[in-house]
Design a protein around this ligand. Structure first.
Ligand code: SAM
Ligand code: DTB
Ligand code: SF4
Length: 362
């Protein structure tokens, strides 16, 4: 076995008390060996101080550690392609300060009713043909309405699974009963973001609490659905807030299976429209720290890619991002087109993975 070349000097190897990173120096290679290591060898005890020290490493050291973790736990050249469709757009009663779909703000988004099941499944089929393995359905709801709309969502989930794709939903708050109905329909993953640190949260959202979000995540987990949970950077939060968000995620047991990192898209009409742009290297550091502290997770470079150069995106992948949304639209905001992405992946020597993260029973 090969061990970390920085042994003794490396910030991760010096923590001799932890199970993960491994106590004898971290990340034996090749990654195939390490994949067999059970969930119990991942660390869930990260302190804020530890996360801040990792985040603030000299950039080359941070990247080496993130790449080492990436190669130990992930297939280094594969990128998961997820497709996103807004099945119910706009008119949301929540006041998330970043969101163009909130009814509290005047944006270009026109509210739309729930999309038909057939239309949704046609979009999923197209996404599959374009290389996506996961289909994510987003609804601008505070919580899921019981009745016909929820039944339609269950049909969408069943239909997406029947296409051989992973199905993900993001529908707002969920009760335990709704989570188990989604699980019974075959839902692979549920996306519900913590968005930011508990301390900064009230600056961004006042209509639901951090605890509400944690409760929904617990319901998802209990139903046996995989958790997709991350946040947004660039909303005016401090570096400490970004580290606190990562601590919230990395101390969950188990870690979220997917961690979307969104770069704020400043949308006209929202309170954050004029927020100064974030130093891109802060996004890179956030991704690298997510990769190091949650090495088994898919770290998704999510919203905001249209404002990044190819070189900035390259750094994000080098820092451990291994998933993106494919196609020219996210929910309501733009995203790089398929041609642009295939040119980018070609330039970087990366490929869209055809393997499912959860191939069998989810
Ligand atoms: N209504 C559901 C909810 O809030 O959970 C699902 C949809 S919501 C749009 C999903 C996530 O998109 C949010 O939690 C946020 O992280 C991200 N998002 C929304 N608007 C964004 C923006 N302008 N820039 C970056 N990320 C954004
Ligand atoms: C996530 O974390 N990012 C995606 C997905 N989960 C649902 C959504 C990004 C939304 C960007 C703004 C928009 O398209 O309206
Ligand atoms: Fe509604 Fe979700 Fe947008 Fe918040 S992020 S306003 S909950 S659609």
């Amino acid at each position: 076995m090969v061990f970390c070349v920085l042994r003794g000097l490396c910030v991760l190897c010096v923590d001799q008390s932890s199970q993960w990173p491994l106590t004898t120096g971290h990340w034996p290679l090749p990654h195939a060996n390490v994949k067999a290591v059970s969930q119990s060898s991942l660390r869930h005890t990260w302190t804020l101080d530890e996360i801040e020290r990792i985040y603030a490493l000299p950039l080359p050291d941070l990247i080496v550690d993130a790449q080492t973790a990436h190669r130990a736990w992930q297939s280094p050249h594969d990128v998961q392609g997820c497709a996103l469709v807004s099945i119910k757009t706009g008119g949301c009663p929540e006041d998330c300060a970043y969101c163009p779909q909130s009814a509290h703000y005047h944006t270009q988004v026109k509210p739309e009713r729930l999309m038909a099941v057939t239309e949704t499944l046609a979009a999923a089929e197209l996404a599959r043909a374009q290389g996506a393995t996961r289909f994510c359905m987003g609804a601008a709801w505070r919580d899921v309405p019981v009745g016909a709309d929820f039944n339609a969502v269950l049909s969408m989930v069943r239909g997406v699974r029947a296409l051989g794709m992973e199905a993900c939903c993001t529908l707002g708050m969920l009760t335990e009963t709704q989570a188990s109905a989604l699980a019974d329909a075959g839902l692979t993953a549920y996306n519900h973001n913590l968005d930011t640190s508990p301390e900064f949260y009230d600056e961004i959202i006042t209509t639901r609490t951090y605890q509400h979000r944690l409760d929904t995540l617990a319901h998802v987990r209990r139903a046996g659905i995989s958790v997709c949970c991350g946040g947004i950077v660039g909303m005016g939060e401090s570096r400490r807030d970004r580290c606190r968000l990562l601590q919230q995620l990395a101390t969950q047991q188990p870690h979220p299976e997917s961690v979307p990192i969104n770069l704020l898209m400043r949308v006209e009409g929202t309170p954050l429209a004029d927020e100064p742009s974030l130093d891109v290297l802060e996004l890179v550091r956030t991704i690298a720290t997510a990769r190091i502290t949650m090495p088994r997770a898919m770290v998704r470079l999510s919203a905001g890619r249209t404002s990044l150069s190819d070189e900035a995106q390259a750094l994000c992948f080098v820092a451990g991002a291994n998933s993106v949304f494919l196609g020219p639209r996210l929910l309501t905001a733009p995203n790089p087109g398929l041609d642009e992405d295939s040119r980018l992946f070609e330039r970087l020597g990366l490929r869209l993975s055809s393997a499912l993260q959860f191939p069998a029973t989810h």
